[in-house]
Design a protein around this ligand. Structure first.
Ligand code: BGC
Length: 808
């Protein structure tokens, strides 16, 4: 390939515009005569989902076998950047071996609420931890010559109406909480791509949001890669090209191409913007075609997946050191998840795993004696007393019970937020019965997020194994036997009740807007500042040994601390550094924030002096009025320990910086769960946008579930049909992701997802029909359909003729 600028200069406007959207569901467009090949994109964050047959973006059709690594929520528990990079490298290798140039991950949205349906795909409620781990994945993936696409940029916290919801957020919270993780990834790992999110941010769709894509991503952070839209997430191709959105996926046919060409010809869009975006596509293609295909050792990757899951599992209770279990212990294995593991979530990240051993297989192959197996409960939550009886009988016979509880598949899926944090009642009932029969009961949880644990007292030991990927069951057995130390520490707070969470009652938002009224008080930032008791704090996790912290010394560049393994087994801990502003501050802020961490592995009795450096983010806050990061002059406490509520060693240091006399950024009343309209308007610095859905005719960016209120009786009937299919699928325990996508999506997906069959004009015509003008609408639909087919054919012909035949 020629040098990028020369190559762009040699392309026609049509060719350049054609590069800015996909050729089909997964590939970019090729321009053969210019030597620009098509490249493959594939999900995703914890395994490669390369589809060679029927393509879809929701994990519905099959894909090539690939290693299913633990999901991001799981690996986050390891707090281990090196492990994350190893997984990234393995993902890159598998992608490369399958001819995938662009891997769609990792996902690093902040867990605003534990109800978020994709929490299992994201790392943490904390930006420092999310950003560092995601950066490690990106370094690993790209070391194999494959582009990483960290996603979803940005402020994409809920699944409900994810393609039409406007995240309304004050600038300081945006910067400190929702963008910092992306900033870390961009600055520290230079991803070649980034995926914009479906939602709007403060009134503009993410893929055409100049503040996000130009001011911040490109100008401030220096990102030089390609911004890939989420699938169907591009709203207006012309606005995107002007605002820094590079490539629209999947293929909208040539409709967007025609819009871009027309906009340049009419002067609405500058050709320089098209050139810049085309150059970004070419650079991406160039980068990912520079390496030969890798070969893969699937056994080695399975072993890595196993180690990762074991080192990430979080031990929450271990009464009387019940765990680890000695070789030969007789174990009664109970629970539906023991025979059919839950190891990943549903949706676009679904991997066709190379093998999936069960807990029955894994315990059977371990040093433990498998006394028996009982299903115990039905996954769908329906009461079955016979299953309970069998389980209790087994519990009476066994020395120890391992009870595999968790969330059923329906609870955690892309496209669907959770409605509760409770475990299904039948599982809790079973736990109580089993525990009455055998107090030596170890509960192993399989879930991609947190659950309420009012039943924790009934578990002599409690291991949160999260979603451990294809080797998750073997990893659990490794932890139970002590072959591996449970190295996991919570990357998210486990609240006592849903009602205690900072967005309780307000998440997910069903309106046009999702208002981030809690500001930066997300996760532990809220619980610590508002002094809300929690079940298990952020950063918490037990091992099979104990650690102490001593002799903290702070200087201008960091802290040093001695960590000692005070037990009689080798083990690991995560030394966590939190920073608090002391004394009267002019800045409303959380009482403490995570600013560094180090995973440390020590032999029994060993001590090590550890240094955790400060960095550019340690003391900063975002001054929205000045639109700049500042350090407030004054005293800070730096504290180190093993979780946010156990920080035994501390020091006070003084930092130079700005003098801030009165809080200007956020109201001093925060945190509170009751931010009223005027307080929120003050945080935003503008009037609140209208949250209600309009009552007028439906428009292309209204969600399709508003068909329920359409003027046309036919459209309302259509809605009822879709909705009844949605309900039926959910009642059967398996969400219909296609229907959910449609209902949560706007009318514009008709043209965006049809691969050229429908145009934007056709969508407008359908809306005429939906809005009750039947005869006129039908006429328009017919005209738009045939007109669209004609235009499509003509543009394709012109593009094919130019792209394949013309010589340079
Ligand atoms: C998801 C993305 C995914 C894309 C392609 C979308 O529905 O939000 O995370 O990468 O589909 O499958």
């Amino acid at each position: 390939m020629k040098e990028t600028t020369a190559l762009v200069a040699s392309l026609s406007l049509l060719e350049k515009a054609a590069l800015l959207s996909g050729a089909n569901t997964w590939q970019t467009r090729a321009i053969e005569r210019a030597g620009i090949p098509a490249v493959w994109m594939a999900d995703g964050p914890h395994g490669v989902r390369r589809q060679v047959g029927s393509a879809d973006h929701l994990g519905i059709n099959g894909s090539e076998p690939a290693t299913c690594f633990p999901t991001a929520a799981t690996v986050a528990g390891s707090w281990d950047d090196e492990l994350a990079e190893e997984i990234g490298t393995a993902l890159g290798r598998e992608a490369s071996s399958q001819g995938v140039g662009v891997l769609l991950g990792p996902g690093l949205n902040i867990k605003r609420s534990p109800l978020g349906g994709r929490s299992f795909e994201y790392f943490s409620e904390d930006p420092e931890l999310s950003g560092r781990l995601a950066a490690a994945y990106v370094r690993g993936i790209q070391s194999e010559g494959v582009a990483a696409t960290p996603k979803h940029f940005a402020v994409n916290s809920q699944e409900l109406r994810r393609m039409v919801s406007d995240s309304v957020i004050d600038e300081r919270t945006l910067r400190e909480i929702y963008l910092t993780a992306f900033e870390i990834v961009v600055r520290e790992a230079s991803p070649w791509g980034i995926m914009s999110s479906y939602n709007l941010v403060n009134g503009a769709y993410a893929h055409e949001n100049a503040h996000l894509l130009i001011d911040i991503l490109r100008q401030e952070w220096g990102f030089s890669g390609a911004v890939v839209s989420d699938w169907g997430g591009s709203n207006d191709a012309v606005a995107a090209a002007a605002a820094g959105g590079t490539i629209e996926m999947p293929s909208p046919g040539f409709d967007s191409v025609r819009q871009i060409v027309a906009a340049v010809e009419s002067g609405e869009l500058s050709e320089a913007d098209v050139d810049a975006r085309a150059a970004e596509v070419i650079d991406l293609v160039r980068r990912v075609t520079a390496h030969p295909r890798a070969s893969v050792d699937l056994d080695a990757h399975h072993a890595l997946a196993r180690r990762a899951a074991a080192e990430s599992a979080v031990l929450l209770r271990n009464d009387d050191a019940l765990l680890p279990l000695a070789g030969g212990t007789s174990v009664g294995l109970i629970g539906a998840f023991a025979t059919v593991p839950r190891y990943q979530g549903a949706g676009s990240s679904l991997v066709n795993a190379t093998r999936v051993p069960t807990l029955v297989d894994a315990v059977g192959a371990s040093t433990l004696k498998l006394e028996g197996v009982a299903e115990g409960f039905r996954r769908d939550g329906i009461r079955d007393d016979e299953l309970h009886r069998e389980a209790v009988a087994l519990a009476c016979r066994a020395e120890v019970v391992v009870l595999a509880l968790g969330l059923p598949e329906i609870a955690e899926s892309e496209g669907l937020d959770r409605s509760t944090l409770q475990l299904p009642a039948e599982q809790v009932r079973l736990l109580r019965e089993v525990r009455a029969a055998n107090p030596r009961t170890v509960v192993v949880l399989s879930a991609g997020g947190v659950v309420e644990t009012p039943w924790a007292e009934d578990a002599a030991a409690l291991l949160h194994a999260y979603l451990g990927g294809q080797a998750g069951a073997e990893a659990i057995a490794d932890v139970l036997t002590g072959a591996v130390e449970p190295g996991g520490r919570l990357a998210e707070t486990m609240p006592l009740r849903l009602a205690d969470t900072p967005t309780a009652g307000a998440f997910p938002s069903a309106g046009r807007t999702a208002e981030y009224r809690e500001g930066p008080f997300v996760g532990y930032r809220y619980y610590e500042t508002a002094e809300v008791p929690v079940a298990f704090p952020f950063g918490f996790g037990l091992g099979y040994t104990t650690f102490s912290y001593s002799e903290l010394v702070a200087d201008a560049e960091g802290v040093e601390v001695t960590v000692t393994n005070t037990g009689d087994r080798d083990g690991s801990d995560v030394a966590q550094l939190y920073v608090s502003r002391l004394g009267a501050s002019g800045v409303t802020r959380p009482v403490r924030e995570l600013k560094g961490y180090a995973k440390v592995r020590l032999a029994a009795g060993e001590s090590r002096r550890l240094r955790i450096p400060f960095g550019p983010r340690t003391f900063r806050y975002f001054d929205a009025a000045a639109n700049a990061w500042q350090v407030e002059a004054g005293e800070y406490e730096v504290a180190v320990g093993s979780h946010v509520r156990d920080l035994p060693v501390r020091a006070t240091i003084t930092r130079e910086g700005a003098t801030v006399s009165a809080s200007v950024d956020l109201p001093a009343a925060l945190p509170t769960t009751r931010v009223d309209d005027s307080t929120f308007a003050a945080m935003l610095g503008r009037a609140l946008p209208d949250a209600a859905w309009g009552t007028g005719p439906l428009a292309e960016n209204d969600p399709m579930d508003r068909l329920a209120t359409a003027k046309s009786p036919l459209a309302r009937a259509g809605f009822r049909l879709l909705d009844s299919r949605r309900r039926k699928a959910e009642a059967a325990g398996k969400p219909d992701l296609n229907i959910l996508f449609l209902l949560n999506g706007p009318f514009r997906v008709i043209s965006k997802m049809s691969g050229g069959l429908a145009t934007r004009r056709l969508t407008a015509a359908v809306l005429t029909l939906v809005n009750g003008q039947t005869i006129r609408g039908l006429g328009r639909v017919i005209a738009a359909y045939f007109g669209g087919r004609r235009d499509e054919k003509a543009t394709k012909k012109a593009f094919d003729a130019a792209a394949t035949k013309r010589s340079i």
